[in-house]
Design a binder for this molecule. Structure first.
Ligand SMILES: Cc1cc2nc3c(=O)[nH]c(=O)nc-3n(C[C@H](O)[C@H](O)[C@H](O)COP(=O)(O)OP(=O)(O)OC[C@H]3O[C@@H](n4cnc5c(N)ncnc54)[C@H](O)[C@@H]3O)c2cc1C
Length: 396
């Protein structure tokens, strides 16, 4: 159920500006507006549209959507996942299965566009205004407010500003001028393919030497989301919108099992994305400026937690601001609650890349044999390794 604004919320009547109408920015807009704030969102894109790609929303993120009253709307278009299968790349044999079917731990396979649309509709219904075509080029925090230098050359003064503007956030640069990303030596393609026969609501990870491919179905289970990662020396620009020839993707996975190669042969549009590692920001706030989501803690996608962390941030930030009349104390509490958890998740995602990409040899043999044994005798022990990520409840 959506939260009903109580007379005790310190946000009632407070003006808040959010930069970025992505998952984190829109979730924060809903959470803040539900607690009484008057919210406007500045988005650089001329309209709210999303590229076609999937997201796994794990139970920790789902709890936030539930607390915001949006779970039913999102569940209507997002199949509930039953399992994640780790598979060998060449034969496709299952090495390990993590069951996801527990009723109290909902795990959904969501189209980004559907999630963004639901969040934007909910924000507007809660009175949030969204200004598209408003790109912020530079941000200056000050005690009298936050100054925004807009791309059209104008300057604007705002009070409290939440920077949810993703990987290349100018506000992150302002607060953490020495923080520099570096190329991980990995690139990711993503694509979506329509199939004639609906797939089971499961995620499959095909693990090969220096490469892995994840596929899962979206919407009515007839649209397959593909994320394919390859290690390489060459650099690829970081971002969502760089197209690549689908033949390059097919060629990189040509030695994978027929289930993969047949799927890749159907790809007509692929996007390529260079994977960079960014340090988690040291400083998340100053004066009346605060970071949220990828702007604070970009992560590699190997634990599927970027959007989930952004949802958690949004809820915690709104609660801290609603509970404390002093912004400085509220923002310090928000960082103290969020930074250690996000840093731990980002680190775990970094480590997962190595686990997926083992090359043929004793290491791979030992790791896969151990997983197969665990799969047979103690599957829940391995699955519980990430309980600290998925069972976390910021809404409790
Ligand atoms: C291939 C891939 C697969 C992924 N899979 C998963 C998954 O399964 N589960 C998961 O939880 N996460 C996943 N992620 C990560 C997830 O997509 C991101 O972590 C998440 O979108 C971050 O949300 P955000 O709101 O912080 O940033 P974004 O969603 O990037 O939104 C930022 C918004 O700010 C706007 N903006 C940017 N700069 C400016 C500016 N200067 N002025 C105004 N507006 C601006 C942008 O246009 C955008 O709308 C995946 C990522 C990738 C690349």
């Amino acid at each position: 159920m959506p939260l009903v604004v109580s007379g005790g919320s310190m946000l009632i009547g407070q003006k808040v500006t959010i930069i970025g109408a992505g998952i984190g920015g829109l979730a924060a807009a809903v959470a803040l507006a539900q607690r009484g704030a008057s919210v406007r969102v500045l988005e650089q894109a001329p309209e709210i549209t999303e590229v076609g790609a999937g997201l796994q929303i794990s139970p920790n993120g789902w709890r936030v959507l539930t607390a915001l009253g949006l779970a039913d709307a999102i569940a209507a278009t997002s199949p509930r996942a039953q399992a994640v299968h780790l598979r060998d790349f060449r034969r496709g044999a299952v090495v390990f299965t993590m069951p996801l079917g527990r009723s109290d731990q909902p795990w959904h396979l969501t189209h980004r566009a559907d999630l963004i649309t639901t969040l934007a509709d909910a924000a507007q219904a809660a009175g949030v205004t969204i200004r598209c075509g408003a790109r912020v080029d530079a941000v200056t925090a000050g005690t009298d407010g936050t100054r925004l230098q807009m791309a059209d050359g104008t300057e604007e003064m705002h009070g409290l500003v939440v920077a949810a503007d993703g990987l290349h956030s100018p506000a992150r640069e302002t607060l953490n001028p020495k923080s520099r990303p570096f190329f991980t030596g990995q690139v990711a393609w993503r694509a979506a393919v329509a199939v004639d026969t609906p797939l089971a609501p499961e995620a499959h990870v095909f693990m090969g030497p220096g490469r892995h491919l994840v596929r899962y179905p979206l919407r009515d289970l007839g649209l397959v989301n593909i994320v394919a990662v390859e290690e390489r020396d060459g650099w690829a620009a970081e971002g969502w919108h760089h197209r690549d020839d689908p033949a390059h993707l097919a060629r990189a996975f040509t030695d994978f099992c027929p289930e993969v190669t047949t799927l890749l042969a159907k790809v007509t549009e692929a996007h390529l994305w260079g994977l960079f590692r960014h340090p988690v920001a040291q400083h998340w706030h100053a004066d009346r400026l605060v970071l949220l989501g990828d702007a604070a803690h970009p992560t590699l996608p190997f634990l599927a937690q970027g959007a989930n962390m952004a949802l958690e941030d949004a809820y915690v930030l709104a609660r801290c601001l609603a509970e404390d009349p002093d912004h400085a104390t509220a923002l310090a509490r928000y960082q103290a609650l969020r930074r250690p958890r996000c840093a731990r998740i980002v680190q775990a995602a970094n480590e997962n890349a190595t686990n997926y990409h083992l090359r043929p040899g004793p290491m791979r043999f030992a790791a896969h044999s151990a997983l197969r044994l665990a799969n047979r005798y103690v599957p829940h022990l391995v699955a519980r390794r990430f309980d600290w990520v998925h069972r976390h409840d910021v809404t409790g």
